[in-house]
Write a protein that binds this ligand. Structure first.
Ligand SMILES: *Cc1c(COP(=O)(O)O)cnc(C)c1O
Length: 365
């Protein structure tokens, strides 16, 4: 009997996450120079990060021999002030991916299940499986979450429902009213994890205030990240806001120092730079218009997106993807999400978007 065969079956059954191809890897494979490669594959911020965040990160290097504040006081104080929530409603994660996993670890186990939508973010099945939980995947409606079907899919042993809003990779958005009605309809002992990784990109008319629902719904956990609009993906930092009892359990299962001192410092500074955030949303809106106009011109179907990416249909996505890679353009194939005919492209700078559009036109010839 091999040692690997002794791991639990539910661990051995996990299919690994497929990340966007790193620039260095494509450069090696195709013999291209890294400088000429455009990566629009991981929903990263094309503006980089806020100058204030960079300054804070560099300053934090001066104390790098020290362990970080395991409680993340300064960042929690800044979040508490920004959102008007108590400190004990906040949990910090090594990326919001960590927040999702802490929720899974605290509430799931063999004999329990989690509900999420078809085509929803890949980390939900990963975190569920790693905790030994059972996945209940609910068919999508127009590529988005079917909340009525999701409520109906909740079973006796269900402990978590994951909702991504907007969803990645489809970009679909639920209204605040629809989510609020869903919360009112689910059993109060089922945790609803509302993953709002792209919420900072929402247009004013799309916005809703999930944090204001927390006093009414102690089973709600709102998850957010500094990886997307704040441009700190490489630092790995996100946060959850929920009932103090839920947050307390998540804090018990997290690593004592799960967030680095550099990430804490940069995120605290980033939170205060609202001008950078506005600029990120603005360049995204303009890039979205640029890319969707080109998709329309090419006669391609796409899914209207509320995020910083758009998913479009090409048919032979693997072939088109390869043709894009040969031209030094990295997008994301999403066959793993059950969408083998589609590709997802992240909105970049105007010139990056133009490179993508040219490469796509070539690839389709
Ligand atoms: C990118 C993303 C996240 C989290 O990313 P982190 O870098 O771990 O914060 C979470 N949910 C969705 C839907 C995402 O697309």
């Amino acid at each position: 009997m091999s040692v690997a065969s002794r791991a639990p079956d539910y661990i051995r059954a996990i299919s690994p996450y497929q990340p966007g191809k790193p620039i260095g890897e494509l450069a090696r494979e195709m013999g291209l120079s890294e400088a000429g490669i455009v990566k629009l594959a991981s929903n990263e911020n094309p503006l980089g990060m806020s100058a204030a965040a960079r300054e804070a990160a560099v300053a934090a290097l001066g104390d790098i021999e020290r362990y970080p504040d395991g409680n993340g006081y300064d960042l929690k104080a800044a979040l508490s002030k920004k959102f008007g929530v108590a400190l004990d409603t906040l949990v910090l994660g090594n990326g919001s991916n960590d927040v999702l996993e802490l929720a899974a670890r605290a509430f799931l186990a063999p004999g329990r299940s989690a509900v999420f939508a078809q085509h929803a973010f890949a980390v939900y099945p990963l975190a569920t499986n790693a905790a030994g939980g059972r996945c209940i995947e609910v068919p999508a409606r127009h590529f988005g979450h079917d909340l009525n079907a999701m409520a109906a899919a909740i079973e006796e042993d269900t402990r978590i429902v994951f909702i991504a809003n907007p969803n990645n990779p489809t970009g679909t958005l639920l209204s605040g009213a629809a989510i609020e009605a869903f919360l009112a309809s689910v059993p109060s002992d089922v945790l609803v994890v509302l993953d709002e990784a792209y919420t900072e990109y929402l247009a004013p008319e799309q916005r809703y205030d999930s944090i204001a629902w927390l006093p009414r719904f102690p089973n709600l956990l709102v998850s957010r990240t500094f990886s997307k609009a704040y441009g700190l993906a490489g630092l790995r930092i996100g946060y959850g806001i929920g009932h103090p009892d839920v947050v307390d359990l998540m804090n018990r299962v997290r690593q004592p120092f799960n967030v680095s001192s550099i990430a804490l410092a940069a995120a605290t500074a980033a939170l205060g730079d609202t001008e950078f955030l506005a600029r990120s949303a603005d360049i995204n809106a303009r890039g979205m218009a640029q890319i969707t106009a080109a998709l329309a011109e090419l006669g391609l179907e796409w899914i209207p997106s509320a995020g910083n990416f758009v998913t479009f249909k090409v048919g032979d996505a693997a072939g088109i993807n390869m043709a894009l890679l040969r031209q030094g353009v990295i997008v994301r194939p999403i066959a793993g999400y059950g969408m083998p005919a589609w590709l997802r492209v992240t909105i970049g700078l105007p010139e990056e978007n133009a490179r993508f559009i040219d490469a796509l036109k070539n690839a389709l010839k």
